[in-house]
Unconditional design. Structure first.
Length: 133
């Protein structure tokens, strides 16, 4: 969080924080896993696009995001987990044409782990430099 706290893009920090808030809060029996998943996925997509790939827009979202994960060292077994999360993103989080299913907490935590891993590796040189001072 040390390097992330220095992030200049407020919308990135806000979306990540919304994901954390929705992950840990509920209202009576209403949970906000779909909202948490969407926030973490949007942050993941934005971070990979703008920070890692240094693009404004992806041309083949799934392929390019998968390549980012592979470049960061994730193996094929883990990449298949991303494929599952991408399917959830398409069918449940961003679109609900067939039904309004709730996204389970495990899926939310998995996309958060992908996001946190990418951010950790991206920010590592920054926080290592801060800690040296």
């Amino acid at each position: 969080f040390l390097a992330f706290g220095r992030e200049q893009d407020r919308s990135l920090k806000k979306e990540y924080t919304k994901g954390l808030y929705n992950l840990h809060n509920s209202f009576f029996d209403i949970e906000f896993m779909n909202e948490a998943f969407s926030s973490f996925y949007k942050t993941f997509e934005f971070f990979c696009t703008t920070r890692v790939l240094k693009l404004k827009k992806l041309t083949n979202e799934k392929k390019q995001l998968r390549e980012v994960l592979a470049e960061f060292g994730f193996d094929e077994v883990v990449l298949r987990n991303f494929d599952m999360l991408y399917k959830i993103r398409c069918n449940q989080a961003m679109h609900a044409q067939n039904s309004l299913n709730s996204i389970d907490k495990e899926a939310v935590l998995r996309i958060k782990i992908f996001l946190d891993s990418i951010m950790h590796k991206y920010y590592q040189p920054i926080w290592e430099n801060i800690l040296k001072k």
